[in-house]
Write a protein that binds this ligand. Structure first.
Ligand code: IPE
Ligand code: IPE
Ligand code: MG
Length: 251
């Protein structure tokens, strides 16, 4: 504990990642290890969300994307999906005043057509109520998957080409990026996944092209600010080369 509390001063504030993305994984196993239902883990995962959002805002991180629910997660048992949707709505409802107090703007990326109406409505309200905030941008990836996003982008580009709005010969990376749900946000420099799984699980496949990846065994409900600091310190020790040589980067 004492050692963990000393991590904050080790962070170089001049070299903070602007955008951190997190795959919040391990809630179910955390609960099962305690002999509890999986939903108990999701419930406790909300405390981690609160702590990490606060920690990121205090540091001055500009964008925080949290992967909360994938399009594949709709195939989980009905009881778990329903429980997660209720938890989502309850949490958003309770957190909006805190987001406003801390000048945090909420965004959502994902296939929102799949959300039950009560959840979509609560979410739309929260987006509206926080839209004037100018501090941390908190991006919830909800009913999100990268393949869904890319297919959707290609479909919409196709429609705009057909309507004469785009000349296909001018399509470049910038064009594609404008059609992604992340068009307003810079790419994450740091991606964290908790719970000891070493995979991307359909998260921001395009946007993570040059992100530094950080994996930790800590289950999401145990993840706290100190763990975030540890990930940032680790990130700051890396040399990001973007295809160049180490020598080119150093000069
Ligand atoms: C992450 O925890 C939260 C969601 C995917 C909704 P999990 O529910 O995937 O927990 P594990 O990975 O089964 O332990
Ligand atoms: C990824 O976790 C999705 C979220 C954290 C929301 P999963 O638990 O769904 O991923 P897999 O199934 O282990 O790859
Ligand atoms: Mg999981």
């Amino acid at each position: 504990m004492v050692q963990q509390e000393n991590l904050l001063p080790k962070i170089n504030k001049q070299q903070l990642p602007k955008h951190i993305a997190i795959i919040m994984d391990g809630n179910g196993r955390w609960a099962e290890e305690k002999g509890q239902e999986r939903l108990y883990g999701h419930f406790h995962g909300v405390e981690s969300v609160r702590d990490i959002v606060e920690g990121a805002a205090e540091l001055g991180v500009q964008y925080l994307t949290l992967y909360a629910f994938s399009t594949e997660n709709w195939d989980r048992p009905r009881q778990e999906v329903d429980g997660l949707m209720s938890l989502l709505v309850d949490t958003i409802h309770k957190e909006v005043p805190i987001l406003n107090k801390n000048n945090i703007r909420l965004h959502v990326i994902g296939n929102l057509d799949m959300l039950p109406e009560f959840a979509a409505k609560e979410l739309a309200e929260a987006l509206d109520l926080t839209q004037k905030n100018t501090g941390l941008n908190l991006i919830m990836a909800l009913s999100y998957s990268s393949r869904w996003e890319l297919v959707n982008a290609v479909k919409n580009i196709g429609i705009d080409v057909k309507d004469g709005k785009i000349d296909p010969s001018t399509i470049n990376a910038d064009t594609l990026e404008q059609y992604l749900s992340t068009s307003e946000f810079p790419d994450p420099e740091l991606m964290i996944r908790t719970s000891g799984e070493y995979r991307i699980s359909n998260f921001l496949l395009y946007q993570l092209a040059y992100a530094e990846l950080y994996f930790t065994n800590t289950r999401w409900p145990d993840f706290r600010k100190e763990n975030l600091y540890e990930a940032i310190i680790n990130y700051q020790s890396r040399e990001r080369r973007f295809g160049k040589t180490g020598h080119q980067i150093q000069v």
